[in-house]
Write a protein that binds this ligand. Structure first.
Ligand SMILES: NC(=O)c1ccc[n+]([C@@H]2O[C@H](COP(=O)([O-])OP(=O)(O)OC[C@H]3O[C@@H](n4cnc5c(N)ncnc54)[C@H](OP(=O)(O)O)[C@@H]3O)[C@@H](O)[C@H]2O)c1
Length: 253
């Protein structure tokens, strides 16, 4: 019988955007399973797990991403699990044409290039692990994002494609690479963005959540559980997969 309470014992994990929201819940979940965890973000928040090493950095720039990866290797002395979770949806109302060139690039840097830049310098360490696993956190169901989030949606679509290419390239080395697509999850960052959106649409957050088949928002812990599964050896024969955690949104409606 496996001891799931200690399934991450001896494992070393880096979680980007691990200071709050889904990233913080994931860091706590891996810590609870016995992992040594480093989290990175631009700033420490009240939710940042106390048991994790904290690396301050802005991973939307090449210099910042490289420095974070180097510091993680220095602190952890190797790597088994990488969760590319950092991201931000900056809604630009009312439509696609109001998104500036700079905002398109910013969305791509934060939601896509950050993952590429953090991952590259960590690949050797992951290949050396006996159970290397990468989980990238995406967004969106099967439907396109509305125009005011087109830049965010395009960046996450790039992340999806990149993740599948990476999964294919790394498969012969045993390193698994998967995606998790959250639906409407209650987190500090999503709360700020959602307020803008619901105000503009003249609806409440509850009305927005009621549009999901399960009729509610999800929790950061529900995301963390799925990320932990894909990072663990329980999913040892799964790679290149995009697991929706959306309460059915994007799959059933
Ligand atoms: N919550 C949802 O409903 C939802 C839905 C779909 C997808 N997602 C995705 O899930 C992931 C986590 O979102 P969340 O809702 O947990 O958001 P959140 O509460 O805003 O947390 C985002 C995390 O990313 C960090 N971060 C943002 N920009 C960064 C940068 N340039 N460099 C380093 N760290 C950065 C933030 O810390 P600092 O600000 O201190 O840097 C924070 O730790 C994101 O990729 C998001 O796109 C969330």
């Amino acid at each position: 019988m496996r001891d799931y309470a200690a399934e991450f014992k001896g494992k070393k994990a880096l979680i980007t955007g691990g200071s709050r929201g889904i990233g913080a819940a994931t860091a706590q979940r891996l810590l609870d399973g016995g992992a040594t965890v480093a989290v990175t973000a631009r700033s420490h928040h009240a939710q940042t797990p106390a048991g994790a090493h904290f690396i301050t950095g802005d991973i939307s720039t090449p210099t910042g991403a490289n420095a974070v990866a180097a510091e993680a290797l220095h602190l952890l002395g190797g790597l088994d699990i990488l969760v590319n979770n950092a991201g931000a949806a900056a809604a630009k109302l009312p439509s696609i044409e109001t998104i500036s060139d700079e905002e398109w690039l910013e969305a791509l840097m934060v939601n896509f290039m950050s993952a590429v830049r953090v991952t590259n310098p960590l690949l050797n360490a992951l290949r050396e692990s006996s159970s290397g696993a990468i989980v990238n956190v995406s967004a969106g169901g099967l439907l396109p994002f509305p125009g005011f989030l087109a830049h965010y949606g395009a960046a996450k679509a790039a992340l999806n494609n990149y993740t599948r290419s990476l999964a294919k390239e790394l498969a012969p080395t045993g390193v698994r690479v998967n995606l998790v697509t959250p639906g409407a999850i209650i987190t500090p960052g999503a709360g700020e963005g959602r307020k803008l959106l619901t105000t503009a649409l003249g609806i409440t957050a509850e009305q927005l959540f009621a549009a999901t088949p399960l009729r509610r928002a999800g929790t950061a812990e529900e995301l963390a559980e799925t990320i932990a599964f894909l990072a663990s050896t329980r999913s040892s024969y799964i790679t290149g997969h995009n697991q929706f955690v959306t309460g059915g949104y994007g799959e059933l409606s």
